[in-house]
Design a binder for this molecule. Structure first.
Ligand SMILES: C[S@@+](CC[C@H](N)C(=O)[O-])C[C@H]1O[C@@H](n2cnc3c(N)ncnc32)[C@H](O)[C@@H]1O
Length: 301
């Protein structure tokens, strides 16, 4: 029997530990020992692209080369999981459309505010951002309001796809036909690709920043709801805690945090309260609550 081995350098365990700690420090993502082979295979492509003969040289390039920072972005990009699709985790989106949006409308109207900001943190190729914008539009509650659905990601590559807004058939695998009207055929792409229509795109914005960079998120100002689904599961507990604290500070008092279905704030934060909705339980920043950040940093807008 013949085994086809990937060409390129092989990674030693000590090189794995150095590289995975660097990736962890820069992105929050943590690769445990069981991820060794995936980690090696994905970074081997980067080492080959750069023409370095072993992973010690690759590590040194990342740390000390004038273009090391650029290559760290490439390495992180090669390692991340970008899986996403329209209308992922339907029960949660139902809770958002039927329960959370009416509550946010009421809260904002009570404060005389005709502005709604939703943040999809770790948005990948953008399907989640457009899904949320469609639900806001469909609710009709915010017609004439200043509405913004913002998506960020650490990967410039996926943000390029998100901004383009054209998706292949498999991105629509969980989308009920009811939402077809928010997409139009894209004749430039074969195989049934569709483009998000302009009235949805007009509500959406994308930005390149790392969730570990707490200050960068302050460009969003206060947000009414945050979706951070299937992102923090890849992080180590300390990075996860830091990101959750920054979400708390970005949220309006009374604002909502939605995590993926297998994720919770257990052992991460006691600052949020649980809101029991008809079809889901979600986290909420209490209405009477103060910032976790010292006042000096809270002033950055
Ligand atoms: C599996 S996708 C989740 C997409 C979407 N939220 C969903 O649930 O369908 C995870 C995304 O998180 C992004 N990500 C990972 N670490 C990040 C960080 N430190 N800052 C910003 N984005 C990050 C990855 O690039 C990837 O696109």
């Amino acid at each position: 029997m013949t085994f086809l081995l990937d060409s390129g350098p092989r990674m030693r365990r000590d090189e794995f530990r150095l590289l995975r700690d660097l990736v962890n420090q820069r992105s929050g993502m943590f690769f445990d020992d069981s991820s060794f082979f995936v980690f090696e295979r994905r970074l081997r492509e980067r080492a080959k692209a750069l023409g370095v003969g072993d992973f010690t040289s690759y590590y040194q390039h990342l740390r000390f080369h004038p273009r090391g920072a650029e290559e760290i972005e490439e390495a992180i990009d090669a390692l991340v999981t970008n899986e996403t699709y329209f209308f992922r985790e339907e029960y949660q989106l139902r809770a958002f459309g039927e329960d959370i949006l009416p509550r946010l409308h009421e809260q904002a109207a009570r404060g005389n505010r005709k502005r709604l900001v939703i943040w999809s943190a770790g948005c990948s190729t953008g399907e989640e951002v457009y899904t949320l914008a469609i639900l806001v539009l469909r609710s009709r509650l915010f017609d004439g309001w200043d509405v913004r659905v913002f998506g960020n990601d650490i990967s410039k590559r996926v943000l390029g796809i998100a901004r383009r807004g054209v998706y292949p058939r498999h991105s629509f695998r969980a989308m009920p036909p009811l939402y077809d009207e928010y997409f139009e055929p894209d004749p430039s792409q074969p195989g049934g690709s569709r483009r998000v229509v302009d009235r949805v795109r007009a509500l959406c914005q994308f930005g390149h920043f790392n969730l570990l960079e707490r200050e960068r998120a302050s460009i969003l100002g206060r947000v009414d709801a945050i979706f951070c689904r299937n992102v923090l599961i890849y992080f180590d507990p300390t990075s996860r805690r830091g990101v959750i604290d920054s979400f708390y500070d970005r949220l309006q008092p009374g604002g909502y945090l939605m995590l993926g279905h297998s994720e919770s704030l257990l052992n991460l934060s006691t600052a949020f309260e649980l809101a029991h909705l008809a079809s889901d339980m979600v986290y909420r920043r209490p209405v009477a609550s103060h910032s976790l950040l010292p006042p000096r940093r809270e002033g950055v807008r």
